[in-house]
Write a protein of this length. Structure first.
Length: 429
């Protein structure tokens, strides 16, 4: 069969709490679920209010150039504004381990994809390269940093980035439910400049494994197992379908479900394609799970990891002088992480935050520093468990004045969140 579309499917579970407006990431959502198979809500780790998390899905044609970011979804916005308590929804909505020992490495500087000049200086921060203000910030700690016996970077791989995984490793079951909404409300693509427009983004409630299992069993009992092989499965039961795609991909389990994406009405301009060989069709669909959802960011400026990527583009184009790069806050933070220093970057971000007390911040210091480290130094070179320990230690050293500037989102992750992060394959940032 000849297909007119070879999709790359981008999915993210990053959601926004409708009460405190904080960004809540996958492991934080998981830690807030209850052992109740009728409760669709999670608990925000920052304000402790219940809210409905959302899976956002975007489609890109692999034959066209696509971005790694999710676009806005009208259905996603509407889901964020609803507070659901049970799986009976009145109105349709669519839209490993033990912690590492103290001798483990956080970063392997030799393998880190940073400029050669930065690697030569990685054993100590070259203070002559810093601006006077940045130098004052890095020296503002009340005491000397305690001696460390572990490093933020490592020389072994924790698991390669998702973009390097075999595209055939896809999810396996998809189903819908009689108690969950079945209609699919789609959002409008705000760009629409491509000659062959991509399918519209979709947003569905993000279900806990307990809720998903209950709904799957209910669907099979009421409609039989043939429903999960139907080409109309995506449109008739989108919530269960996309949650199954998400979980099978997180578990790195192969599935025929991507083949249903390829033949669905949604991806073929309203025309239902006939099924051929689902297992073979699934190999034509690439699914990538993202840790962040840039569309939800509302505060001024871009996240640090996005600025780092843009910085690299400017360097390649020769738009930024080397001397300016060395003195930039981004460069200071990355070099500090290479020397296992999280306290310096925290002070730098807090000083910047204190200049704009009127702003309501969505992005925490923890996410800003962690995501920048993963992007700048390479995920395979960062031990996130060691980073968490270092961040917690640095947070405890903050002065009372610095703590006044922090918010709930800046607190170190609790053990429950850390263990939830270890349950599945890593997400891509």
């Amino acid at each position: 069969m000849q297909f007119s579309f070879f999709p790359k499917v981008l999915m993210s579970s990053c959601s926004q709490c409708h009460v405190c407006e904080a960004l809540v990431y996958d492991e934080e959502i998981m830690s807030g679920w209850s052992a109740d198979d009728s409760n669709l809500n999670t608990t925000c780790p920052f304000c402790k209010n219940a809210f409905l998390p959302v899976l956002n899905i975007e489609f890109k044609d692999l034959r066209d150039t696509g971005s790694f970011y999710l676009k806005s979804s009208v259905s996603g916005d509407s889901l964020h504004n609803h507070h659901v308590t049970t799986t009976t929804v009145a109105e349709p909505v669519m839209q490993n381990t033990d912690s590492a020992s103290d001798t483990s490495d956080l970063i392997n500087v030799e393998d880190s994809p940073v400029p050669a000049r930065a690697q030569e200086e990685s054993t100590s921060v070259d203070k002559s390269a810093l601006t006077k203000e940045s130098q004052e910030v890095l020296d503002s700690g009340n005491n000397e940093a305690p001696k460390r016996t572990f490093s933020l970077t490592r020389s072994y791989s924790v698991g390669g980035p998702l973009q390097n995984l075999d595209v055939t490793q896809q999810p396996t079951h998809g189903i819908s439910t009689t108690s969950l909404p079945n209609s699919l409300h789609e959002s409008v693509d705000p760009v629409g400049l491509q000659s062959r427009p991509n399918p519209k983004p979709v947003s569905v409630p993000y279900l806990s494994p307990l809720v998903l299992r209950k709904e799957l069993e209910s669907l099979l009992e009421n409609e039989g197992d043939q429903v999960i092989h139907s080409p109309k499965f995506i449109n008739q039961h989108p919530i269960i379908f996309w949650n199954l795609v998400w979980y099978f991909r997180r578990l790195d389990v192969q599935s025929y479900l991507p083949g249903l994406i390829l033949t669905s009405e949604h991806c073929n301009k309203g025309m239902q394609m006939s099924l051929s060989n689902l297992s073979q069709d699934s190999k034509l669909v690439y699914i990538q799970l993202l840790w962040d959802n840039i569309n939800l960011h509302r505060e001024p400026g871009e996240p640090l990891y996005i600025r780092w990527r843009n910085r690299n583009k400017n360097l390649v184009g020769g738009l930024t002088p080397d001397s300016q790069v060395e003195k930039s806050p981004l460069h200071i933070i990355v070099r500090s992480i290479q020397t296992n220093d999280v306290f310096g970057p925290m002070c730098l971000l807090l000083k910047e935050t204190s200049k704009h007390p009127e702003n309501k911040w969505q992005r925490s210091m923890y996410r800003e520093i962690l995501f920048l480290s993963l992007v700048a130094l390479g995920r395979e070179n960062i031990d996130i468990d060691a980073f968490d320990r270092e961040y917690r230690s640095a947070y405890e050293r903050l002065t009372e004045e610095q703590l006044k500037v922090t918010q709930a989102i800046d607190l170190p992750p609790c053990n429950r969140i850390e263990w939830c992060r270890k349950c599945f394959e890593p997400l891509f940032i």
